[in-house]
Design a protein. Structure first.
Lengths: 379, 381
């Protein structure tokens, strides 16, 4: 099967997660993604490890997770000879994506206005923390900081908790994924009209968009959405929505009409409430539900819920999840081969095309690994 | 300004958030989106009253956020004549989106194999909860439930507390984002091959992809589960000081920073002993506890004035009231007014700027069946 982005060349001037996760998705969809790196240092993410896990002396597992299936072209942008090669390569590329701080690419004469002169049909995507201007534009575009400034930390955790960060790089990840959407849309336009496009994204705008339901509600009410006081799972939703402790674990209960739920709970204390009470009195209702749920096992409640087709699921950790048939049938894992008979396991692209899953066993490149081949193709 | 997507017709059967967020983004890019809705109730999201806030006329605010810039066509898919009309409409479509449970479109004769026969160039996008096969395939693809089985609830919150779901419909939004990527890639391929494609995503696979960095760690370290920091947890795999701290008058977020430098700048003697960077992870709970105590004594502004000039990665923690009056937010011009059936609704815009311009559209969510008559006439249904 020919992949949809076959023959598309993407130049990735990116580090860490936001831009590189965009490059990874484009690669999995068939594009040839070339990381542009400094010959000595390489991308900063190479040296960033979690749990001190490395695939070799120079590269972390984290870097390999985000940058598999790519090539590397090492260029010193301060060297005139190197810049000649880079400009030749830009002339052949279809997409350029960068996540430098605002102004950095312009100073190297690689801003959109410069690049579009070298390649009039280029799709040029830039990712910043907070946009290109304003009081925050020089602040580091770091995920936790953007979460904190975007209001997001007031959506998670319960009312008495301090603002609670979402425990993953949601700003980086979402922004990178939105970049992929718009890069492909701009490729469609470029193919049709021959015209290039400048795309500008920021982590802050992506996280405001992420909260668009909350903001739209807030604009009408002029009141901050209030996290539930107990077992909060979504500030705008009524009881029973949340995660509950059973006698041996946890279950999640989504939208279930309170009377329906009480068919399995059989709680006298819940009989006094009807559906209209479920937002206003959600905390007291949820506490009463919790008292009952705590008296029996997860399996018991899941079985009872299944009989009535109630929206209830077990809360699993990764060990429990990866042992289920529901996980295994997804075939979500793939093995990436490394030099020296080594390998690691990672997840695959989440999109299926014509019923097929997309896997690629190609590891992340070493710095400058593809210089010779790329130069030969440009000569 | 010319749009990214011109002359693309999207016929959208989806409800709630995941699929509709895909068609919203395609609409932002310039596609024409027709929602196919059942008579009387339409998309269930119309009457999904969240919180106690609703618009004049009783519709939910979230429906309007998700469905602006779309048209509405009413059809009862269980009735032959209506189904035939919809099939005729599909002959003109470039993209189909649906998020029914597996099997529903097959029973209606609207699955990819059937539609492809009528319209070989169709790009057919579908979102399920847990994929098309296996023990979970018929279970409701609902955001909190997908979060619950994906392991993600053990990443947010602190220490031994109960699993904490992300308080935004993250599975819906990410699955919708991935579906948009796949649909656009298929549209691009169609320009070269003339052929359409089937694009499938599921909420669970999307949440697994969202966790790809930390899940890869788990898959290669002997299946060690994540351990959340006991104090002000913000990321299970990142060392102290990473977290949000209470100050005398609010909160302060601190990302990655050398603990020794913080000890110095904040003049916290108790932190001076932590000179080995490995301890910043291994002893993060005690370091963060010391830091939390120290930071609680003065205002957020006081700490920012010390830390920001020294390039420590830190920020104030805003709620919406403070965010929307900030200079940075105002400059982004993230808000737009849309008009829906005479009613003006303020919402946010598409987050991406194209050729320096924000993508906005004054068109609000359609009322149920608002465009049925004109669509019938236009496509001779």
């Amino acid at each position: 099967m020919q992949l949809p982005l076959a023959d598309i060349i993407v130049l990735e001037f990116c580090q860490y997660l936001s831009g590189p996760c965009a490059g990874l998705r484009l690669a999995d969809l068939g594009a040839r993604v070339i990381k542009i790196e400094h010959p000595l240092t390489g991308e900063g993410g190479r040296k960033l490890a979690i749990k001190n896990m490395w695939v070799d002396d120079d590269n972390s597992l984290l870097f390999n997770t985000i940058n598999r299936n790519k090539e590397s072209f090492a260029i010193d942008m301060g060297n005139a000879g190197d810049m000649v090669w880079l400009k030749k390569l830009i002339g052949k590329a279809h997409v350029l994506v960068h996540n430098f701080r605002p102004g950095a690419m312009e100073r190297k004469l690689l801003g959109y206005e410069d690049v579009v002169k070298l390649n009039p049909s280029i799709v040029y995507a830039q990712i910043s923390g907070y946009g290109e201007a304003g009081p925050l534009h020089k602040k580091p575009g770091q995920d936790l900081l953007v979460q904190s400034l975007s209001g997001l930390t007031y959506t998670t955790g319960s009312a008495s908790d301090i603002p609670t960060a979402l425990g993953l790089g949601i700003g980086d990840y979402l922004c990178g994924n939105q970049a992929v959407q718009f890069i492909i849309a701009a490729l469609i336009k470029s193919k049709k009209t021959g015209k290039g496009t400048l795309l500008q994204l920021s982590l802050l705008e992506s996280l405001i968009d992420f909260q668009f339901e909350f903001f739209t509600t807030y604009f009408q009410s002029h009141k901050m959405p209030q996290r539930a006081g107990f077992n909060n799972a979504h500030a705008l939703l009524s009881a029973p929505y949340g995660i509950y402790k059973t006698s041996d674990g946890y279950i999640a209960i989504a939208m279930v009409p309170i009377r329906q739920l009480n068919k399995i709970l059989q709680s006298k204390a819940l009989e006094q409430y009807d559906e209209q009470d479920c937002f206003r009195k959600r905390d007291e209702i949820k506490k009463r539900i919790a008292e009952k749920i705590a008296t029996n096992t997860s399996q018991y409640w899941l079985q009872k819920s299944k009989e009535l087709d109630l929206w209830v699921m077990p809360v699993l950790n990764w060990k429990e999840m990866s042992a289920t048939a529901g996980y295994k049938v997804l075939d979500m894992e793939q093995t990436i081969k490394l030099p020296g008979n080594k390998a690691f396991i990672t997840t695959r692209c989440p999109v299926r095309i014509n019923g097929r899953i997309l896997k690629s066993g190609k590891a992340a490149p070493q710095v400058g690994e593809n210089n010779a081949g790329i130069k030969a193709s440009l000569s | 300004m010319d749009k990214l997507l011109d002359n693309i017709l999207v016929v959208d059967f989806s409800q709630f958030l995941s699929g509709p967020s895909t068609s919203l983004r395609l609409a932002d890019m310039g596609a024409r989106v027709i929602k196919v809705e059942k008579p009387v109730t339409g998309d269930i999201c119309r009457t999904l009253y969240v919180s106690d806030v609703m618009l004049e006329g009783g519709e939910s605010t979230i429906f309007h956020a998700i469905n602006r810039n779309k048209e509405s066509f009413v059809a009862d898919l269980k009735e032959t004549a209506s189904l035939e009309s919809v099939k005729k409409l599909l002959n003109h479509a470039d993209v189909i989106v649906h998020n029914f449970r597996p099997g529903v479109m097959e029973r209606l004769g609207l699955d990819y194999e059937k539609v492809k026969v009528m319209n070989p160039g169709i790009v057919y996008g579908e979102i399920s909860g847990y994929g098309q096969e296996g023990e979970w395939k018929d279970l409701p693809g609902q955001d909190l439930l997908a979060q619950a089985v994906s392991g993600i609830t053990y990443l947010t919150g602190s220490g031994e507390e109960a699993p904490v779901p992300m308080g935004v419909a993250v599975a819906d939004i990410i699955a919708g984002t991935h579906l948009t990527q796949g649909i656009l890639a298929a549209l691009f391929q169609r320009m070269r091959s003339g052929e359409g494609s089937l694009i499938q995503v599921s909420m669970l696979e999307s949440l697994l992809d969202f966790q790809f960095e930390v899940l890869t760690c788990f898959l290669n370290d002997g299946n060690d589960l994540p351990v959340r920091s006991k104090v002000n947890g913000a990321h299970a795999y990142i060392a102290a000081p990473y977290g949000i701290y209470q100050t005398a008058d609010g909160y302060l977020a601190i990302a990655m920073a050398p603990v020794t430098k913080l000890a110095d700048l904040l003049q916290v003697n108790a932190l001076c002993g932590y000179t080995n960077p490995q301890d910043w992870f291994n002893k993060r709970d005690e370091i963060k506890a010391i830091l939390a105590k120290a930071l609680s004594t003065k205002s957020t502004a006081h700490w920012l004035a010390i830390l920001e000039p020294e390039d420590i990665w830190c920020a104030d923690v805003y709620d919406y009231d403070r965010l929307i009056v900030s200079e940075a937010y105002k400059l982004l011009k993230m808000e737009q007014w849309v008009t829906s059936n005479g009613l003006k609704v303020k919402t946010t815009r598409c987050p991406v700027r194209v050729n320096g311009k924000s993508l906005t559209s004054p068109k609000g969510a359609p009322s149920l069946g608002e465009n049925s008559r004109e669509i019938e006439d236009e496509f001779d249904l």
